[in-house]
Design a protein around this ligand. Structure first.
Ligand code: AVJ
Ligand code: FE
Length: 345
């Protein structure tokens, strides 16, 4: 990367390096296999990454013709559910690699024309990084090898801290922010307490023993929980049950963000260990406007999705912003989701 290379182009390059590292250890059979009905075949994610980049940076931003009209049906995420994608006439791994490389070469050529569309370039880079995390979930579900790291970092912190009541600015107006983080607006949050650390496997094991709760899925690859790692692959429902058993509760989304923005450094692994469930439903902030496309966020509003915050050990730092909002259904546990407890004062 040359020092004059725009930040957005560097982000594209960085995202591609991650995608390649994730997929490099896999055979063609592993790439085309429908590993789980919750996930796409990995080769679908790969071609979809290229399709999304072509759609936004070549077709929409610079008016290029589609490279292949049938990709609209194959690789648009709303055309077919994930469980059906293994049965589609998808590109082979070799053809998918050639397609994403062809798109990227064309994008690098037109990049100087895209300086006023910087948001779109950044969005495309983030999209690829997000699919990197989705692909890592698929690897975990299929017990397939991925690049290091192979799990979350150990965590230690104990105790909790007080977050003072009062207003704070929720959301972001930064150039990288998605529509669902905008507009930044002031909200009032009553005083509450939040745990400095994440719930560990050792702590969750006590809950499992006491309550006969189910073991988290894929606790570890060899079936032995590493006691000091944060528990992950717990659903919202399991996370909430744990907090009730522990005499605590999950934070709301504004509480989580306020704690991270105001207690700088006091929370351990606020970002980059496991996603943390909040009680908040995924909805638009007041004044929300879909941008640049309603299918990123808006179509999920009002459908019972819960928000997760913070980012996992597989989340790229570009994505793990303090304002970034992830979401999933309350019974899902394929994501790298864990628990940070809060409580009333
Ligand atoms: C933000 C992870 C919920 O996978 O549905 C990828 C990210 N959006 N392509 C998802 C996304 C379009 C999104 N999540
Ligand atoms: Fe996508």
């Amino acid at each position: 990367m040359s020092p004059t290379e725009p930040e957005a182009a560097a982000a594209l390059r960085h995202a591609r390096a991650r995608t390649e590292a994730l997929l490099a250890p896999l055979s063609d059979d592993e790439l085309v296999h429908q590993i789980s009905p919750l996930q796409s075949p990995l080769v679908w994610d790969l071609a979809h990454i290229g399709y999304f980049e072509e759609l936004w940076l070549l077709r929409r931003a610079t008016g290029r013709r589609p490279l292949a009209p049938e990709y609209n049906d194959l690789y648009d995420s709303f055309a077919h559910g994930r469980a059906e994608r293994g049965a589609l006439p998808l590109l082979t791994p070799e053809a998918a690699r050639a397609y994403v490389a062809e798109v990227r070469a064309a994008v690098l050529e037109v990049l100087p024309e895209l300086t006023r569309e910087n948001f779109l370039v950044e969005m495309v880079a983030q999209h690829e990084l997000q699919h990197g995390e989705t692909m890592a979930q698929t690897l975990e579900l299929g017990n397939l090898p991925g690049p290091p790291p192979h799990g979350p970092p150990d965590v230690e912190a104990s105790g909790d801290v007080l977050v003072e009541g009062g207003p704070f600015a929720l959301g972001s107006d930064d150039p990288w922010a998605y529509d669902n983080e905008r507009p930044q607006h002031v909200v009032e949050v009553a005083a509450f307490r939040i745990d400095r650390g994440l719930v560990t496997n050792a702590e969750f094991a006590q809950f499992v023993e006491a309550e006969g709760a189910a073991l988290p899925a894929h606790w570890t690859r060899d079936g032995q929980p590493a006691p000091s790692e944060p528990v992950q692959h717990v659903s919202f429902d399991e996370a909430e049950a744990y907090t009730r058993w522990a005499g605590k509760r999950l934070p709301t989304e504004p509480e989580w963000e306020k704690a991270v923005k105001t207690l700088d450094g006091e929370l351990e692994h606020a970002r980059g260990a496991v996603w943390q469930w909040t009680t908040s439903f995924f909805e638009g902030y007041p004044g929300f406007r879909a941008f640049p496309y309603a299918e990123y966020s808006e179509v999920f509003f009002g459908n019972g999705y819960r928000v997760l915050r913070g980012g996992s050990w597989m989340t790229d730092p570009l994505v793990a912003r303090p304002t970034f909002r992830n979401w999933d259904l309350p019974d899902r546990r394929q994501i790298f989701s864990g628990i940070r407890c809060a409580s009333d004062v």
